[in-house]
Design a protein around this ligand. Structure first.
Ligand SMILES: Cc1cc2nc3c(=O)[nH]c(=O)nc-3n(C[C@H](O)[C@H](O)[C@H](O)COP(=O)(O)OP(=O)(O)OC[C@H]3O[C@@H](n4cnc5c(N)ncnc54)[C@H](O)[C@@H]3O)c2cc1C
Length: 457
């Protein structure tokens, strides 16, 4: 039987994060019907989970243009463009109101578990392009399916952290030790305080998340000196994260790196380099034994909690039946991979890119937002907003608008962790804190790289 026409079907957006909700706003503006399926209980569940963390990009780069236009009709006022929101601010002051405007077009507690071409598995080519997408999702224990004319997967990567093992596989015993893993961004000074106070924590990783968690633990240790902090990195030196110093190719990075280096030098943080975590074993009472190797010796450490800030990877299992064109290294759409490969870039010179770079062999299917960067940690919201503007223009048949991609970011100032550290409780950054601080937002395993955000194509 020939496939049914698709024009009256919605465009399914997976994930009601900042980029998914922006996609919905663009779809509405273009007269296309969005249906946003979100696994969490409310808008931007992933951002809400790191609500205590302050963004490094000020509000002016955090709000999508179509979303702003949609919200403007409700009397919504744009927060101070120069202030830095926390994740909680972003949800409360922007994404929750946006989700309210979208109303029943956003369904919560709805997890997408598979996407396919209706009636055609991955190998079947006949009539493939005419077939709608079939999106299978769960609500509680119930399984449902919805058909879609196109699918925009904006489901992020926060749900699939990289494992601790050195080969990209879980350390032996890692799944069983899951209760000791706190994720990359625990609220050390707030909701999760009890878990860390007066206890031993191993922080694994060398990116923005690890650095912020370490500094929070150092602050906790000042109040509760029995708190022990061990920091494990895979590399030989944390110099890239510290920044500055006469022998460093990078210019001074200021607050984040300096504070961290001071904490290590003062002995508040015990640094282990060239760490390979091979095995986790239960250790009494209430601890886990971490076994492997370090630069100097065997690793054998009993800790209460491990902060696994080892980066994230996309969940591709639910896309098994879709014909994707992914880069074999970073698992991003092949054409954007060279722009964001963490072996080559820090916060990367990321040219604007859109539908043409994000398309796959299965037309009408797109990875956008954080997930479109695969394993690369260099994603910025402003880039994602431009992605969805372009993708939606293409879906609406406006090829010229889809191809006219542009990123209006300054060369600097959207990617500075130091500014978020210096901000006051309202997110206002005192005068004099430099905007041109390099690479605070993301980790990279490679050597020092100059950082330029927003180069145009
Ligand atoms: C601590 C931190 C600070 C950051 N600071 C900045 C910053 O200052 N500036 C900047 O530009 N960027 C920043 N980023 C990077 C990036 O902008 C954010 O990660 C952003 O949240 C990505 O948006 P997203 O919509 O692509 O994905 P997410 O925000 O991760 O949203 C994905 C949504 O999809 C849902 N979901 C997941 N799986 C499914 C499924 N199977 N079915 C249905 N729903 C699903 C999730 O619950 C979630 O709500 C930061 C990231 C982190 C982690």
């Amino acid at each position: 039987m020939p496939p049914a026409p698709n024009e009256n079907l919605p465009v399914v957006v997976i994930g009601a994060g900042p980029v998914g909700l922006a996609a919905a706003a663009h779809l509405l503006e273009r007269g296309l019907e969005p249906l946003v399926l979100e696994a969490g209980p409310g808008p931007a569940a992933a951002v809400a989970s790191w609500g205590h963390v302050r963004l490094f990009s000020p509000w002016r780069y955090d709000v999508d243009a179509a979303a702003r236009r949609l919200l403007a009709r409700t009397g919504w006022t744009h927060p101070d463009p120069d202030a830095l929101p926390t994740g909680a601010d972003l949800v409360e002051k922007y994404l929750a109101p946006l989700s309210d405007v979208l109303g029943e077009r956003v369904r919560y507690g709805t997890r997408v578990v598979a996407v396919a071409r209706d009636g055609a598995d991955r190998t079947r080519s006949r009539d493939r392009e005419q077939r709608p997408y079939l999106v299978r999702h769960t609500t509680g224990t119930e399984v449902h399916e919805v058909r879609a004319r196109a699918v925009i997967d904006a489901s992020g990567t926060l749900g699939t952290p990289n494992p601790l093992g050195p080969s990209g596989l879980p350390a032996i015993g890692e799944e069983r030790a899951a209760g000791h893993l706190a994720g990359a961004l625990p609220d050390v000074l707030g909701a999760d305080r009890e878990r860390f106070s007066g206890r031993t924590t191993l922080v694994v990783g060398m990116g923005h998340s690890a650095a912020n968690t370490l500094l929070s633990l150092v602050e906790l240790r000042r109040e509760e000196p029995a708190t022990r902090i061990v920091w494990a990195i895979r590399g030989a030196s944390p110099r890239r994260l510290y920044g500055g110093g006469a022998d460093d190719e990078l210019p001074a990075r200021g607050l984040l790196g300096t504070r961290l280096r001071d904490a290590v030098e003062a002995g508040a943080v015990e640094l282990l380099t060239e760490v390979a975590i091979e095995r986790l074993e239960p250790a009494a009472p209430d601890a886990v034994r971490v076994l492997g190797t370090t630069a100097d010796a065997a690793l054998d450490l009993a800790v209460h909690t491990i902060v696994n800030a080892t980066g994230f990877r996309p969940d591709l299992a639910m896309l098994r039946e879709i014909r994707l064109d992914l880069d074999p290294v970073v698992e991003a759409p092949r054409r954007i991979a060279p722009l964001i490969d963490p072996n080559l870039h820090s916060c990367g010179t990321v040219p604007a890119h859109g539908e043409a770079e994000l398309a796959h062999p299965d037309d009408g299917f797109y990875l956008v937002g954080m997930k479109s960067y695969g394993r690369a940690p260099t994603f910025l919201l402003a880039t994602g907003y431009e992605q969805v503007r372009s993708v939606v223009a293409a879906l609406a048949g406006d090829r010229a608008a889809a191809d006219a991609v542009e990123l209006n970011l300054p060369q600097t100032g959207v990617c500075s962790s130091d500014r978020s550290l210096a901000a006051d409780a309202d997110g206002v950054v005192p005068a004099g804190v430099p905007v041109d601080v390099d690479g605070g937002c993301c980790a990279t395993p490679s050597g020092p790289q100059p950082v330029t955000i927003g180069a145009r194509r």
